[in-house]
Write a protein that binds this ligand. Structure first.
Ligand code: TYM
Length: 355
């Protein structure tokens, strides 16, 4: 009996501009994980319909995210880069997971509560089922590791719950078909069809906050453009946004503990650390006792140095639409073959007749 082959999967929605939170919390990790792992990176266009059903430019937004992946350094020859809707098996498995997951699980999702707001009755069914499609994205490849920002932690816990319930509910049928894979559950070794995926969350930039309000995460949907650094911002815009970022009047502390209760200061230190591949403590070792009037220009210089080449590369790649489309088409084909192998097993486990 084999165990699950390590596979990294993650997705980004094609809604609005990518910002520094997406870059540091997710895309930079995607790039780092390429070495020594098989990776699949997906532009989740079907998920974006839960935020906005009618788009003027969904195709271009999808290409834009793809260009960002490539500009950041993801290698589409070695790894699989594709858009979700090209692989219909995601939607097929999501339906099955809709029948596995419980409404109570979905109702507890904080992102659903935030996005649905007060008028839950009027939220789309897709918004409620969003995490079920996300679980399908991951599990249709039986991916073992998922790099994401902190805000996706609860969705990944739900993915684990869905995998576990499927494995339990169908355990006999999985075993009867010889499709079980050995997995560790605590001290026990059990058989399952889907892995219990590990989130890859952490580091100083797992949760980048708004530059205007250290209690809110940096987000595509914040009405204030000053709240976020977009991956497409030029050097002037980046410097201006950092200069105008909210801070407190104190100097930087010498220890990470000294950032407690200072969310804006902590955020800027975290951004510096994420951009420079340092820990927050390393940053404080360098800047202890320094005022924001000195730290902010240093941060702005670093941000421009790190982000400007990505933005320039993104523009260059975006201009070559045929290339971006070819990457997605090729990635879609490779992904479809893998996803269909899983679905063939899943249909057989469930008892859905197929060719
Ligand atoms: P999305 O498109 O909202 O965000 C993409 C990635 O960026 C991370 N992120 C952040 N990280 C740190 N600080 C922030 N302020 C910040 N804002 C966003 C997100 O955590 C995410 O990793 N549900 C996912 C998309 C998805 C997915 C998947 C992810 C669909 N299927 C399967 C992993 C696996 C989302 O909304 O991402």
């Amino acid at each position: 009996m084999s165990s699950f082959k390590p596979l990294v999967f993650s997705g980004v929605q094609p809604t609005g501009n990518l910002h520094l939170g997406n870059y540091l919390g997710a895309i930079k990790k995607f790039v780092a994980l390429q070495d020594g792992n098989d990776c699949m990176y997906c532009v989740v266009d079907l998920h974006s319909l839960t935020a906005q059903l009618v788009h003027d430019d969904l195709e271009d937004q999808t290409r834009q995210i793809t260009a960002a992946f490539l500009a950041a350094g993801i290698d589409p020859e070695k790894h699989v880069v594709f858009n979700q809707s090209r692989v219909m098996q995601h939607a097929e498995l999501a339906w099955i997971f809709n029948c596995v997951a419980r409404i109570g699980w979905m109702n507890r999702m904080t992102q659903f509560k935030d996005k649905a707001g007060k008028d839950r009755e009027n939220a789309s069914l897709g918004l409620l089922a969003y995490p079920s499609l996300m679980a399908a994205d991951i599990l249709v490849y039986r991916a073992t590791h998922v790099p994401v920002g902190e805000d996706q932690k609860q969705h990944l816990e739900l993915t684990r719950d869905i995998a576990q319930k499927f494995n339990n509910d169908f355990s006999e049928r999985i075993a009867a078909r010889g499709l079980g894979v050995e997995m560790k559950m605590g001290d026990e070794t059990v058989q399952g069809y889907f892995p219990i995926t590990e989130p890859v969350i952490g580091g100083p930039a797992a949760r980048i906050m708004s530059l205007r309000d250290g209690s809110k995460k940096m987000s595509k949907s914040d009405p204030s453009d000053l709240s976020r650094i977009n991956l497409t911002d030029d050097a002037d815009a980046i410097s201006k946004k950092i200069r105008k970022a909210k801070t407190d009047p104190d100097a930087l502390p010498s220890e990470v503990d000294g950032l407690a209760g200072r969310p804006e200061a902590e955020n800027l230190v975290g951004i510096y650390a994420g951009l420079a591949d340092m820990s927050k403590q390393d940053v404080l070792n360098e800047f202890a006792g320094v005022q924001f009037s000195v730290f902010k220009p240093a941060l702005a210089d670093l941000a421009v140095e790190k982000l400007a080449p990505v933005a320039a590369e993104m523009r260059r790649i975006s201009a070559d639409r045929a290339y971006v489309d070819a990457v997605l088409r090729n990635g879609g084909e490779r992904a479809r073959a893998l996803a269909e192998a899983t679905m063939h097993d899943v249909r057989s486990i469930i008892g859905l007749l197929q060719d």
